[in-house]
Structures are given as C-alpha cells and as structure tokens.
Design a protein around this ligand. Structure first.
Ligand SMILES: Nc1ncnc2c1ncn2[C@@H]1O[C@H](COP(=O)(O)OP(=O)(O)OP(=O)(O)O)[C@@H](O)[C@H]1O
Ligand SMILES: [Mg+2]
Length: 1078
C-alpha cells in the first residue's frame, strides 16, 4: 500500500516524526525514542530541519537502489522520507541552480558511518549530474579514488573494521551546467604511528595485508616478500584476518582503481615497492656493541633484510647502515657525529618507516589530485565533502587522539556557528523578528587548545623548541601552570585543588572536557610526536636512493638545500591546516550529516540507548533542535503549504486563483489558527508550534478521508451506473435473443403438435370410414345370409309338405348303418394274415368308430392266436409249455437263454435204447427217462472235466460212466435243493444237495452242458411235479459249492480265453474255483 501511495511530504506515513523539530514534547527521552522507533522500522535517517541524522544500520538496506535515486531526484527536501539522497539532491541543486558552493560536513564518532555517508553522497551526485563520455570518466576517477585512499589510509580498529586513519576533505568541481570537472582532495594527519605499532585487536593499514594476500607469486618475489603475515614485525597477528573482508579481492580492486584513476604501471609498482620496504624495515633488528669510549653502539643483527631493502630501493647499503648507527648534527658550520645506541637505532628505524609511509600517503593524494584535477580554467562551482576521523576516546589516548578530537571540536564549532548563522539569515531573509537562543558554545574548548599564547598546542610547540632537556613531563608541568584554571582542563598536578585527590586522573595525564565528553590524554610521546623528528642522516640516505619515488619523498635530504631551520611541528601544521579548512568551509553553504553509532558491537538491529544518548548529547543534537525551533518550529514555502492544505477551506479548494501567500492567509484565517502561532515570511510561512502543524495535518487527514469517501461515492455511483447500463443493454440483447428462441421453439412445438393431431384425426376418420364400410359390408352379407335362409325356409316350407315327420331320424340311422356296413365290408377285404406275430391292422376310417376299431383288433388277435394254438399236438404243446417255463425262468436273467429259444428241447439226446453199450444201464432204470445226455463233470480238485452220462427220471437224477454205462451216482430229486449258475453265456451249473442226505456225502455236483437251459427247465418241472416244490434256481456270478467238507467259491470271470470261445475252469486255491467265460 505504502509503495503505491504518492508521497508529497515527509509528513505522509511518518514513523515517529521524520523531523525532530516536530517532536512534542521535546526532551532527550522522546528524542531517543523517536530515533529508536525509526531505526527499528529501518528508517535510519531523521531530519533536524535541514540536518540529516543518520544511524548506522550495520547491514545493507535496500534504500540506495537506482530507483531510489530517481525518486529523490529533483524533489524538494521535505517531499519524501528523510534520506541522505534528499540532502545530496538539495545541495547539488542549490549548487547548480543558485550558484552556491556547498560543503557537506559529515561528523560522528568512529564507526558511525561517515565514510559510507560520504560515498553515498558522491555516488548520488555522480548519478544525477550530467552524462557523457568525458564526464563519466571524471566521475569514475573521483569515485575510484576512494578504494585507493581507503587501502592506504584505513585500518581495522576496535571500533570499526574500516576506520579512516586520516582526515579527508574532497572538493568536487562542477561547471555552470552542473557537470563534474574534477576534484581536489586534502588529507589531514595520517595516524602514522600505526605503521610501527598497533593496539591490541587492531591491524596495520589494509594495504599491507592486501599486498601479502592478493599479490601474485611473481610480484611477491619481485618485492622480496613472503606470503606470511607472521614474518613481519610490523604486522599485528591477532586480527590479521577480518570477518567479511577479502583482502586478496580488495587488492585487485585497488589495483584496478589505481589504473582507472590514472596511475602508470611503473608508478603503481613503485608505490608497492615502498610499501614492501616499510614492511621489511620492521624486520631490521639491532644489537649493542661496546665501543672503546665505553659507550654502546648499535649494530644491525642480520644484514640480509637490510641488503634486500637496499636492492629494492636502490640505496647504498653502507649509507643506510651508517645512518642507523650515527647521527650527524649540523649547526652553522659545524658537523658533529654521534653514535646511536640500540634504543635510538630502533627509534630511528621506526621514524623512518613512519615517515616513509606517511609521505607515500601524501604523495598518493597529490598524485590522485593530479589525475582528477579539473582541466579547464573556467570558474568552478564547488561541493566539498568532509569525512574526517570521528571523535575518539580510547583507553590510552595519545597525541593523535588529541589532534583528532581538536579537529572535531572545531567542526562542532563551525556547526554551531553556521546553524545559528543560517537560522538567523533565514529570519532576516524572510523578514521575521529574531529571538535570542541559548546553547552551549564550545569556542572555549577550542580556545584552550589552539590559543596562540596559552593554548595547549602553543605550549607544546614552546616546549619542543625550548633549549635544554625537554620531556613529556616538563610539558605537562607547563600545562599545569598555564591551563590550570581553565574550566575544561583537568590535571592532578594543577594548582587547582579540585583534582588533587582524583584517583581516576593519573599523574602523567591531563584531561580535557571536550564537548563530546571527557578525554584522558597520556602525555607520553606528545613531544616526540609533535617534533616528528627524522634524523637528517636517514633523510639524506633516502634522498640518495636510486628509487625515484623514494628520492622525491625526501627533498630535505638534498645536501644542496640544507635548511637548518626546524621544520614546523606536527601540531602547528595540523592547526594551520584545520584553520584553512574552517575558513574554506565558512565560505560555503553547509549541509550536515550527523552520524550516530547505535551499538559498540558492529551489529545490526541493536540500539543501545545509553550509547546513543551519549552521542546525542555531545553532538548537541537537542540544542540543534532547540535552535531550529527557537522561533518557529516549522516553515514551508507558500506554494507547497497551500497545495497541501487547500482542501481545508472552501475558498481555496479545489483551485486558488490568486497568489499562494494570499491563499495561505485565507486558509489560516478560515481555520481560525491563533495569530501568534504563525508568521508570514517573504516566501515561507513560519509555524511556531509543532502542535499547530499536527492540527493541520489531522484536519487534512480527516478531510482527505472525506474527500476519499466523496471520490469513492462518485466513483462507485459512476461504476454502478455504467455497470447498470451495460447490464441493461446486455439484458435487452439477451431478452431479444431469448424471445426469438422461445418463439421458435414454441412454433416448432405447435407445428409438431398440429401434425400429431392431424394424423390422429386422419386416422380416426379413416377408421370411422373403415368401420362404416365394414358395417355396410356385413349388413350386405347378413342380408344375403338372411335372404338365403329366408329362401331356404321358404323352400323347406314349400317342400315340407312332401316328407314324413320322422324321415330325418331314419335317414340318420340308415346313414350310420350304411357307414358301419361299409366299414365291415372294407375290413373284410383288408384283413391281415393269420400269423399271431403279424402287427398289421388297417387304419380307422371314422373317428366315431375308434373304440370299435381297437376292440375289433383285439378280438381278431385273440382269435388268430386260438386258431394257431388249435393246430398243436399234445407233444408240441408240452414242448411249448417247457419253452414257456424256460422263458419265465431265464429270460433276461441268463445270457445263454436267447440262444436256446430256437433249439427244440429233445430231452433224450443219448439214445440209450439203441446203443447196446448201454444195455445194462437201460435195464437198471425202470422209470421214464426225461433227459439223457452227456455232460462234463468238473473235477473238484483241479477243475478238469470228465464226461458223464446225465440221466433225469421222474424221481431220480443219475450219473453214469460214458464208456461203460455204469451208474456212478444216484440222487433222489427230493435231495436236490438248488441249482446255481452264472448269468453269463456259459453252460456251467452246480447242483446242490440236501445236507445230511446220502447223496450229499460226496458233495455238490458241478457240470457243464451245452443244453443247460433245457436241463435246468426240465429238472425244475420234474421236481415241481414230483415233490410239489419249486426248485430254487440261483443265477449269480459267484456262488458257493459244497465239496465234501469244504465250501468252494465258484467265480465267473469274463475275459480272453486262451483256447478260443470255450469257457475254462481252474482251481485257484482250495477256496476258489475260477471259471473264465468268453
Ligand atoms: N548506510 C549504511 N548502510 C550500511 N552499512 C553502513 C552504513 N553506514 C555505515 N555502515 C557500516 O558501518 C561500518 C563503519 O562505517 P564507516 O567506515 O563509514 O564509519 P566512519 O564513521 O567512517 O568511522 P571512522 O571514523 O572510524 O572512519 C561500515 O564499514 C559499514 O559496514
Ligand atoms: Mg571513516
């Protein structure tokens, strides 16, 4: 939502207040809370009037994109949320359009984000100023000077991983169109002591680490270096690696930047050679050597390093070696040479290293200036960006901190002066009455330090120049004498008894109450550092170097230009350059960025209120706000004011025709804002109290809501109406189409219904006609029939007189008679044969004769059977009786039976009477012989058979030998109990005898005969006639036969026969006799 809204003022969607001037009530707590609230919402920038307060977010925020640059471009300062780009834009535009030189003063303590801010300003200006190949090159060079200077001038400190160890002021020069022409960089006092010694947890300047990490092997060899930090005494090891910093990559960036800025390859190489020489200098060590005069003289321990340095720099080794052992003091015409002891030699070595490095740094700045120098001589507009080391309070604060803090004091002062001045000027410009404002002016502290007669710096210089023994202690004593009464100076030894017992104040220290807090300075080293002494022998040795860059760094080493005057002290040099800077700044229109560090941990999202409170206090931000709103809290040009609030009054809404000021007057009158609450300036309205502004804002918000409702209402009405119209139009179209469709459909329906009805009606009509026609036809037929009957009746009536009354019945009977007669006569002719087995019979002629016909057939059959029977003789009758008996006994029971039907029963097959062989046998039998036949008697032991004559008489059964005719057995028929046989096609049979009878003593008989059926039948009939008992005939394929004592099972098996179709008998065991039947 917020993104979509068009911002027209920083008052829109503010988090807290965007301008501290609007803070109600105004006090430290609300101030900090407002900052914190905004910080928590990623709003790191807040205004105090035109001053930007920036809180370091310690993480990258998406607020520096090219789109953001476009957002802020050409917009008024108060139009959008506070941003460093707004300030940059304001400065750039007033430079370009109003021809006012600008300076951007970035202050804040170490790590607060000054350097980052300066880079943001530069990149914004680069992005919005003119374009073109030449201009772009200038921009690139200006921007790329940063990485080079940061590599050589920045270092990791406990406060900041990329802390600027020098002050930098850069003038960017523009032509009348606002296109950049070039720039000039001034540097202030590099903290060169860092080259030889770094506090714990800190590093030397970045370039040393970058070179060792990022240089190729080849380059390292050339520079006689090793890729190992621990090899070099000047590099502290405890934080050689910095989190998130890639030294090797940065080295490449720096080399690249050097190229863009315009360094020749040989120049860049020379620079690196000097860096290497400095690094190697630290490895030179000294040892004491006793001399004849009893004094110690220092000697170099290992000359190898010295040799390499000399090779690298083209210095005569013996010259340099001597310079580390002797010191020549020249005075007027005299030259005195004294030996150096070990401590002095180390001091000399370090002094050389520091000087070499700091002079190299100054040379670099000059070289960059040469490159980025504007090429034309036309009048330039200037925008200065000041990024100076921030106010510092360490545990051990030395000369450097003193200088740095002095510089910050000066900046604070100029800030106060210029803010007040600007405020005052604005009031005058706008013709508003000026009211006095109370604020803390730090001029008094500046005076304590820089006063030419009794300032601390002057005292220090005095001490340094004084003949006689000068030490840090003598300097402190002097301070104690001179500054003791100053209210911002504190020392244990001062005359002022206030601090006599203050244990927090050591004897070797003094304390200054800076605007930003009290700082305790260790006096040790002040004198030396201020003197910044480099023995002349060393500078002369350097001047003699074959290395042109080194030679150029030490012009004082030229014996031809010997200057016996002491060079200016470091303190006085700095004071002078700060004075120039201040003068320079005063000529320009100032823009302030006040950086605040939210925490000590370099961490994102942490807002340490105590820390911030401290910074707010010493930066005097609260005073800043008070000054700003001493008279009037808020001011705004008439046009934007009218534009913003015109909807609050009927006369000004929606358009005000007259001048903006008049409009605002009408508006304020209408709103009944008390007159004392505002003043009309020339171009701006001044509002005394933020409350009034917020009231206006509230009214505006309310009104905007009403207006939004109105717009919404109208829009909704319009939308609904258009929607309605569209719907109506659509509805008509749809209705038309639908009606057409419905009508079509209805028509189709009616049509088809009509057709159906039509067809039904036609059908109905047709049927009706058909019915009528049929009726007509039937009527006609009926008429004919009736007529016929009528005629018949008429005819019969006519002829009835000719018949007797019962003639009908008689005719009927006669007809029947005739038919029956005819039937019988026909039957006579069609009679079948007299054979009882003839099945033929003529078919029935009339249905009513059916039963007669059947009865006739039966009678005829019975008759012809009788006829047939009547032909039989007695003998034949007997034979048939026997055959009938056999049929009853064996039909469908024994398979042998059918073959016996056709054979006549002969009984006496063996004619005993005629054969003389059997005369004896014949004589022995008196009774009539019914059967005489030869049978096979089965041997009970082995199943073999022997022939026997079988004789059946009326009462006995006889067996005789076939050859002799001798009777073998005689069994009375009463002793025969049963005859057994198989159901199969064989002639085996057994005759069972009554148990206990005489005949049974030898056991039952087992025979085989071809005339089994006849024999069994006759045996049955004879037994029945003689004993009146039915003989039991068992037909079974398995039966028991009594053989003497044993019962043997005779079993009939159907199967293949070895000897053809004759059944065989075999005794299997003593219990089984098997008969195989074919
Ligand atoms: N606007 C910012 N956005 C993101 N990170 C920032 C911003 N400003 C500062 N920082 C972070 O804070 C670190 C310190 O900032 P910077 O080097 O600008 O401090 P400084 O005020 O110049 O300190 P010194 O006085 O020591 O030079 C930066 O390295 C960066 O990580
Ligand atoms: Mg910095």
């Amino acid at each position: 939502m917020a993104k979509m809204e068009v911002k027209t003022s920083l008052l829109d969607n503010m988090i807290g207040v965007g301008d501290m001037v609007l803070l109600e009530p105004l006090n430290e707590e609300t101030f900090i809370n407002n900052l914190k609230k905004r910080f928590d919402h990623n709003e790191i920038y807040t205004y105090i009037g035109s001053v930007v307060v920036s809180v370091n977010p310690y993480r990258s925020l998406p607020i520096y994109s090219p789109e953001k640059v476009e957002d802020y471009r050409n917009r008024n300062f108060y139009e959008l949320s506070p941003h460093i780009f707004a300030l940059s834009d304001e400065a750039y535009r007033s430079l370009r359009d109003q021809d006012k030189d600008q300076c951007i003063l970035i202050t804040g303590e170490s790590g607060a984000g000054k350097t980052e801010a300066s880079k943001l300003v530069m990149s914004y200006v680069a992005a919005v100023c003119g374009k073109g190949a030449e201009v772009n090159q200038v921009k690139e060079q200006l921007l790329q000077s940063n990485p080079v200077l940061e590599a050589f001038g920045n270092a990791k400190t406990v406060r900041n991983d990329n802390s600027s160890r020098f002050g930098k002021y850069m003038d960017i020069e523009f032509d009348f169109k606002g296109d950049p022409l070039g720039g000039v960089i001034s540097n202030y006092l590099l903290e060169k002591s860092r080259v030889v010694k770094q506090p714990r947890g800190e590093r030397n300047f970045h370039v040393f680490y970058q070179l060792l990490s990022g240089a190729s092997e080849e380059l390292l060899n050339k520079l006689k270096l090793e890729r190992d930090f621990s090899r070099y005494n000047y590099l502290s090891l405890d934080s050689a690696k910095v989190n998130g910093v890639d030294d090797a990559a940065n080295f490449r960036t720096v080399r690249n930047a050097m190229q863009i800025v315009g360094f020749m390859d040989h120049e860049a190489e020379s620079v690196l050679e000097v860096v290497a020489a400095v690094l190697k200098l630290g490895n030179i060590e000294f040892k004491p050597e006793s001399r004849v005069n009893g004094l110690d003289e220092s000697k170099i321990k290992d000359k190898n390093e010295l040799k390499e340095i000399c090779e690298l720099t083209g210095i005569d080794q013996s010259v340099l070696e001597r310079a580390f052992s002797f010191r020549t003091v020249e005075a007027k015409q005299e030259k005195v040479s004294t030996t150096l002891n070990v401590a002095q030699a180390y001091y000399a070595r370090d002094a050389l290293a520091k000087n070499l490095y700091s002079r190299l740094f100054s040379w670099l700045v000059n070289r960059i200036n040469e490159s980025i120098k504007a090429q034309t001589k036309v009048r330039k507009k200037v925008m200065g960006v000041l990024d100076i080391y921030g106010f510092e309070i360490f545990e051990d604060n030395s000369f450097e901190q003193f200088i740095i803090n002095y510089c910050n004091e000066k900046l604070q002062q100029i800030f106060i002066e210029l803010t007040l001045k600007e405020e005052q000027e604005e009031y005058i410009r706008e013709d508003i009455e000026w009211t006095h404002i109370d604020y803390f002016n730090n001029a008094i502290i500046c005076d304590l330090i820089e006063n030419n007669t009794n300032g601390i710096l002057a005292m220090l210089d005095e001490e340094c120049l004084r003949p006689g023994t000068v030490t840090d202690e003598t300097f402190l004593e002097k301070l104690n004498q001179v500054c003791a009464t100053h209210q911002h100076f504190e020392s244990r030894m001062s005359k002022c008894s206030r601090f006599l017992n203050d244990t927090s104040l050591p004897h070797s220290c003094f304390r200054i109450q800076h605007y930003a807090g009290k700082v305790l300075y260790q006096v040790e080293g002040f004198v030396d550092k201020n003197n910044d002494l480099l023995y002349r022998d060393l500078s002369q040795a350097m001047w003699k170097a074959g290395h042109t860059l080194i030679k150029s760094l030490f012009p004082e080493g030229n014996p031809a230009k010997i200057n016996l005057k002491r060079p200016p002290t470091a303190g006085s040099q700095f004071k002078a350059s700060v004075a120039t800077l201040m003068k320079n700044l005063q000529t320009k229109n100032p823009n302030y960025i006040r950086c605040i560090k939210p925490n000590d941990k370099k961490a994102a999202h942490i807002f340490n209120e105590a820390l911030v409170c401290h910074q707010i206090r010493y930066l005097g931000l609260l005073e800043n706000v008070r000054v700003r709103r001493a008279g009037y809290a808020f001011r705004q040009a008439y046009e934007p004011c009218l534009e913003r609030y015109k909807m609050l009054c009927k006369q000004t809404w929606p358009h005000w025709k007259g001048p903006a000021r008049a409009g605002v007057e009408v508006l304020f009158n209408e709103l009944e804002i008390p007159v004392e609450e505002y003043s009309f300036g020339r171009s701006k309205i001044f509002i005394r109290n933020p409350r009034t502004l917020f009231k206006l804002e509230d009214l505006r918000k309310q009104r905007l809501e009403d207006l939004a409702t109105l717009i919404q209402k109208i829009y909704r009405g319009w939308k609904c109406r258009t929607h309605f119209l569209l719907m109506r139009k659509s509805q008509i179209v749809i209705a038309a189409w639908y009606r057409r469709y419905a009508q079509q459909k209805r028509y189709q329906q009616i049509k088809s219904s009509a057709l159906v009805i039509q067809s039904y009606i036609r059908g109905w009509k047709a049927r009706k006609i058909l019915r009528e026609l049929k009726h007509q036809k039937r009527c006609e037929e009926a008429a004919t029939t009736i007529a016929a009957y009528w005629h018949g009746t008429q005819v019969r009536r006519e002829y009835r007189k000719f018949f007797r009354a019962n003639a009908g019945k008689k005719i009927y009977e006669f007809t029947i008679q005739r038919i029956v007669q005819k039937y019988f006569l026909e039957m006579k002719n069609k009679m079948p044969s007299l054979s009882p087995i003839d099945k033929n019979w003529p078919s029935r002629p009339y249905l009513f004769l059916d039963s007669t016909h059947k009865e006739l057939k039966r009678i005829f059959h019975l008759w012809r059977c009788k006829k047939y029977r009547d032909q039989f003789t007695d003998q034949k009758k007997l034979i048939y009786e026997e055959k009938l008996e056999a049929s009853e006994l064996f039909k469908d029971k024994k398979a042998l039976y059918p073959s016996s039907v056709g054979q006549p029963f002969q009984g006496a097959y063996l004619e005993i009477n005629k054969n003389p062989k059997y005369k004896k046998l014949k004589d022995a039998i008196e009774e009539k012989i019914i059967i005489a036949e030869v049978v096979n008697k089965i041997n009970r032991a082995n199943g073999k058979s022997t022939s026997r004559i079988f004789l059946l008489t009326n009462n006995n059964l006889l067996l005789a030998d076939q050859k002799s005719g001798q009777i073998k057995s005689e069994v009375p028929l009463v002793d025969v109990t049963k005859v057994s046989m198989s159901s199969q096609n064989d002639g085996f049979f057994a005759i069972h005898l009554k148990e206990g009878s005489e005949a049974a003593s030898k056991g039952d008989f087992l025979f085989s005969s071809e005339h089994l059926i006849e024999m069994a039948t006759k045996l049955y009939r004879t037994t029945l006639s003689q004993t009146k008992q039915k003989l039991n005939i068992e037909i079974s394929d398995e039966f028991l036969v009594q053989f003497r004592q044993d019962k043997v099972c005779v079993k009939f098996i159907q199967g293949n026969q070895k000897n053809g179709s004759v059944p065989t008998c075999k005794r299997k065991n003593n219990r089984l006799l098997e008969v195989a039947v074919p």
